[in-house]
Ligand binder design. Structure first.
Ligand SMILES: *[C@@H]1O[C@H](CO)[C@@H](O)[C@H](O)[C@H]1NC(C)=O
Ligand SMILES: *[C@@H]1O[C@H](CO)[C@@H](O)[C@H](O)[C@H]1NC(C)=O
Ligand SMILES: *[C@@H]1O[C@H](CO)[C@@H](O)[C@H](O)[C@H]1NC(C)=O
Length: 400
């Protein structure tokens, strides 16, 4: 693939993951029949594994401590014989540095207050009927969108979708890291605003694999405020993959930090900046605030290109809004030119190469992309001092 193609693929890919969410928004209010409800209750029993201990948060979400060997991931047909790797086999030594004006949101703050899962268990958010109603729509849309993309070629309908990102598109990349600062942009029920880092690869869109991690405001998925999210697909969003652990795949290893957890505290405009360090890498794990949260086993990606290494990496922001509404805030709602303390950023950007070494990417390997520069911008930073050697400011007030 030449580089312009690869960029397109990444943008398509990130856009599709938003389509999955947004299309569902329009149908999510349909009330299921009694029969459908019964079927969903049956499904819930299969999804929600027996809890050894359970907790209810102030947000009325339920978290369960589940036997690590009996979690949902192992319902995946490719993972029947998988044995849990408590520690990833090859963790690169990611250099973790923070701007001395910022504050790290540590694992203690991401842990749910008063919740402590026993040894040998992992913490997972319990799936509800409403989650199922929503994910059914995610699924059905997932079948349609790739066809649409393929048949339309480059004339993809991007209306409603906006992004402002810094993208690495040069050589094989096996992982990424960065510190993302936290904001809580207001959105309407049907809108989405997120900050993410992702890697993606694959020879064709049908074999396109991608994993991403970041924060997201998405009332359909998470009611309100900002939540830690992950997404994966191994086939260009056709049949595989989902957010967090809404389908079997992600193997949770942490008993402290669940996917989908509410993130707090957030940054204050012209005040204290709250940051979280995140990393994704081949084998393929997800670390949050220095805690190994879990991983997607390689066997999920064998049929796709990702096992051999991703072609692309991306850091930045995305939003979605139905055409009938003005697009929401991205990041802090302020443009990159306002800089530290005011604009959203990802700094301390590193990539991991095929040998498992963490590297600072060369300046020329990174380009910014803005879908709607009037509303959202991205600014690549390459200063002398960590963590600003490679960084991106992104965001804007929206209103497109
Ligand atoms: C799991 O192990 C069994 C018995 O060794 C084997 O027959 C089966 O093919 C394996 N399944 C997978 C998905 O590797
Ligand atoms: C989706 O997967 C099915 C079966 O695996 C395949 O027949 C179909 O062509 C795929 N669709 C796209 C758009 O890749
Ligand atoms: C930011 O904070 C500084 C110091 O507290 C203050 O002087 C300045 O006016 C503030 N700027 C904005 C745009 O609020």
């Amino acid at each position: 693939m030449d580089s312009s193609n690869k960029n397109l693929v990444l943008r398509i890919l990130l856009t599709i993951s938003l389509v999955l969410v947004s299309e569902a928004a329009h149908e999510s209010r349909g009330i299921p029949s009694e029969e459908e409800k019964k079927e969903m209750e049956r499904q819930l029993k299969a999804i929600n594994k027996p809890a050894i201990k359970s907790f209810k948060t102030e947000q009325v979400e339920i978290f369960d401590c589940i036997d690590i060997h009996k979690q949902l991931a192992f319902d995946h047909h490719l993972l029947r014989n998988h044995s849990v790797k408590l520690k990833p086999t090859s963790v690169p030594k990611w250099p973790i540095t923070y701007d001395n004006k910022g504050q790290k949101v540590g694992p203690m703050q991401l842990q749910l207050k008063g919740i402590s899962c026993p040894h040998g268990t992992v913490i997972v958010k319990r799936t509800t009927i409403q989650d199922l109603i929503n994910s059914q729509h995610l699924k059905s849309i997932g079948f349609n969108i790739p066809r649409h993309v393929l048949s339309q070629g480059s004339n993809i309908d991007l209306s409603g979708h906006h992004f402002a990102t810094a993208d690495y598109d040069y050589d094989n990349v096996a992982g990424v890291t960065g510190n993302i600062n936290l904001w809580d942009p207001q959105v309407s029920h049907d809108q989405v605003s997120l900050a993410t880092m992702a890697i993606a690869g694959g020879p064709k869109i049908e074999q396109l694999a991608s994993i991403s991690v970041g924060w997201m405001v998405n009332p359909l998925l998470y009611q309100d405020h900002i939540h830690l999210y992950t997404y994966w697909t191994a086939d260009g969003y056709n049949k595989t993959g989902c957010y967090d652990i809404r389908c079997p795949g992600f193997v949770q290893v942490s008993k402290r930090i669940p996917l989908g957890v509410l993130l707090q505290p957030i940054s204050v405009y012209n005040g204290t900046q709250k940051e979280m360090d995140l990393s994704l890498h081949q084998v393929v794990t997800s670390r949050v605030s220095g805690v190994n949260v879990g991983y997607w086993p390689q066997s999920l990606f064998i049929a796709s290109g990702l096992v051999k290494g991703a072609d692309l990496a991306s850091w930045g922001g995305q939003v979605y809004s139905p055409k009938t509404e003005k697009s929401p805030i991205m990041g802090s709602g302020h443009f990159p030119k306002e800089g530290f303390g005011k604009a959203a950023f990802v700094n301390n950007i590193h990539i991991m190469n095929g040998k498992g070494e963490a590297l600072i990417p060369q300046i020329y390997t990174i380009e910014t992309h803005e879908s709607s520069p009037n509303c959202y911008k991205a600014k690549f930073v390459h200063d002398e001092d960590e963590p600003w050697i490679r960084a991106v400011y992104f965001g804007g007030p929206g209103g497109c």
